[in-house]
Write a protein that binds this ligand. Structure first.
Ligand SMILES: *Cc1c(COP(=O)(O)O)cnc(C)c1O
Length: 235
């Protein structure tokens, strides 16, 4: 099969997985959005999914937005940033995205806020939480998350509208469930303190574990390899 047919078929399969899980969990499938995790994919490959009607993408590296910008800039889509963000890349990333899902420390939030103020812009952000508490992972620890949200809420021109996590890698998706539960409970705790909006997003679940994430309340699943195939980092 041609690349295009495979991608279209994969997309359909993802929507079936989302719909079946929502049905079982008693949720509306419209309440779960699909974010295409497009890292390492070239613009032509991404265009196949966008031409099929996809509306939300996320890159992990600022440079990948830069490289693909000319070819993708005319699409009327939402663009998020989902990777580790260095403060020296703030100036560039705010040209491309409407939401940074991976804010995990106060100095990043302060510098982002200051830059947005100076450019008279605003931006939505999510707080990335390291729910698996692996040293290798970005994200604020669950026990420090509420304090970070409180600090960031005081900053101008950024608005916290969601929480994001990458679950613990596990052979069996059930092994990741506790991560999604931690994120959902944090959301509920922060909402009870009026720190997060009632329609706060929960960005959690990937190719391998989106069912478990949806069962735990995910509103955005970030899917890469189940749509585009295995990534080729050598390219
Ligand atoms: C790569 C990536 C994904 C998608 O992972 P797949 O397993 O390919 O679906 C989701 N979120 C983040 C932050 C990623 O880096």
């Amino acid at each position: 099969m041609e690349n295009k047919e495979i991608i279209l078929q994969n997309l359909q399969h993802i929507y079936t997985r989302i719909a079946e899980t929502c049905l079982k969990a008693g949720r509306n499938k419209e309440d779960v959005r699909l974010l295409l995790a497009t890292k390492t994919q070239d613009a032509d490959t991404i265009k196949i999914a966008l031409d099929a009607g996809e509306k939300l993408i996320g890159e992990n590296k600022v440079q990948e937005y830069t490289e693909k910008w000319e070819e993708l800039k005319d699409y009327n889509i939402e663009r998020h940033f989902i990777g580790h963000l260095q403060t020296n890349k703030i100036k560039e990333i705010i040209k491309y995205v409407t939401c940074i899902e991976s804010v995990d420390r106060i100095d990043l939030a302060q510098k982002l806020s200051a830059k947005l103020v100076s450019e008279n812009k605003t931006m939505e952000i999510y707080i990335e939480v390291n729910t698996s508490e692996e040293d290798s992972k970005s994200g604020v620890s669950p026990e420090n998350a509420i304090a970070l949200i409180q600090q960031i809420k005081a900053l101008p021109n950024i608005q916290i509208t969601g929480l994001m996590t990458i679950g613990k890698p596990s052979e069996n998706p059930e092994g990741t469930r506790f991560c999604f539960q931690i994120l959902r409970k944090l959301k509920e705790e922060a909402q009870a303190q009026n720190l997060l909006p009632q329609n706060c997003a929960l960005s959690m679940g990937m190719s391998h574990d989106l069912e478990v994430a949806i069962e735990e309340g995910s509103t955005i699943v970030r899917v890469g390899s189940a749509i585009f195939g295995n990534r080729n980092y050598a390219k």
